[in-house]
Design a binder for this molecule. Structure first.
Ligand code: F6R
Length: 242
């Protein structure tokens, strides 16, 4: 595992954008696994800046997102499709037909079809991840076992509370989500986990220094051969000694 500790959120975002950019420069047809949430927003801004500066060409890039709320249409302002459009896709030259986000209005009994899409793209070259306070990656919540493929999950109280900041009222927050499974994530050739803020320090330590357990889903990343952890000093303060 490679670890980059940056002094600030901005530094973390720049380093993460450089890593994503390197993939695109080396392979114009790279398949990116993408995440939403607060953490990668700065990285997406940096990628948009690089595109506007003529440094990146997204025309051959394909993307698959980790997750989506069940019941939210792509046009809903809190849907993850909307997040991706407004934070990245609307500002770069990616072909929208090559961007995939699980369908929040789709047939939840057949959520696993998303894995066929990932397979048809040839798998994920670089999977970007954030981490929940409870150790979730994507929406793989703490559980008794690791779920392999894309599936529907019931969000935990911890996740609902964390995400309530985006909704007008708690009642509006969907209780179900579709998420890529741990198997789909672990098959990515390289994983880029981003973490920012002191509130993530304890879970980062648990995930990378504690036992590998589905109770801390991110701990499974200890078994992946190619993980890059990019964080600010606060998030990595319990992991890295100065
Ligand atoms: C979002 C996702 C989640 C977030 C996690 C951290 O697509 O997969 O696992 O990465 O909840 O969210 P933030 O970055 O808002 O702290």
């Amino acid at each position: 595992m490679q670890i980059f500790v940056l002094p600030s959120y901005e530094g973390m975002s720049k380093k993460a954008a450089d890593i994503v950019a390197a993939h695109i420069i080396l392979n114009g047809k790279t398949v990116l696994g993408l995440a939403t949430g607060s953490t990668p927003v700065g990285m997406y801004k940096q990628l948009v800046n690089k595109f506007k500066a003529g440094e990146l060409d997204f025309s051959g890039v394909k993307s698959v997102n980790l997750d989506e709320y069940v019941g939210l249409a792509p046009s809903h302002k809190q849907s993850y499709r909307y997040f991706m459009q407004t934070n990245l896709f609307d500002h770069i030259n990616i072909d929208k037909n090559n961007t995939y986000v699980p369908d929040g209005l789709g047939d939840i009994d057949n959520a696993g079809r998303y894995d066929d899409i990932i397979a048809s793209l040839g798998g994920i070259d670089l999977q970007v991840l954030g981490i929940g306070h409870n150790g979730h990656i994507g929406f793989n919540e703490p559980s008794d076992s690791f779920a392999y493929g894309t599936h529907v999950v019931t969000l935990t109280e911890s996740t609902i509370s964390a995400n309530s900041r985006f909704f007008d009222s708690r009642d509006e927050i969907p209780k179900l989500a579709v998420t890529m499974g741990i198997g789909s994530i672990m098959q990515a050739k390289q994983i880029l986990l981003l973490a920012s803020g002191f509130d993530k320090a304890e879970i980062i330590k648990e995930a990378f220094c504690g036992p590998i357990t589905p109770r801390v889903p991110a701990s499974v990343l200890q078994l992946h051969h190619n993980v890059i952890l990019v964080g600010d000093e606060a998030a990595l303060s319990k992991l890295v000694k100065k």
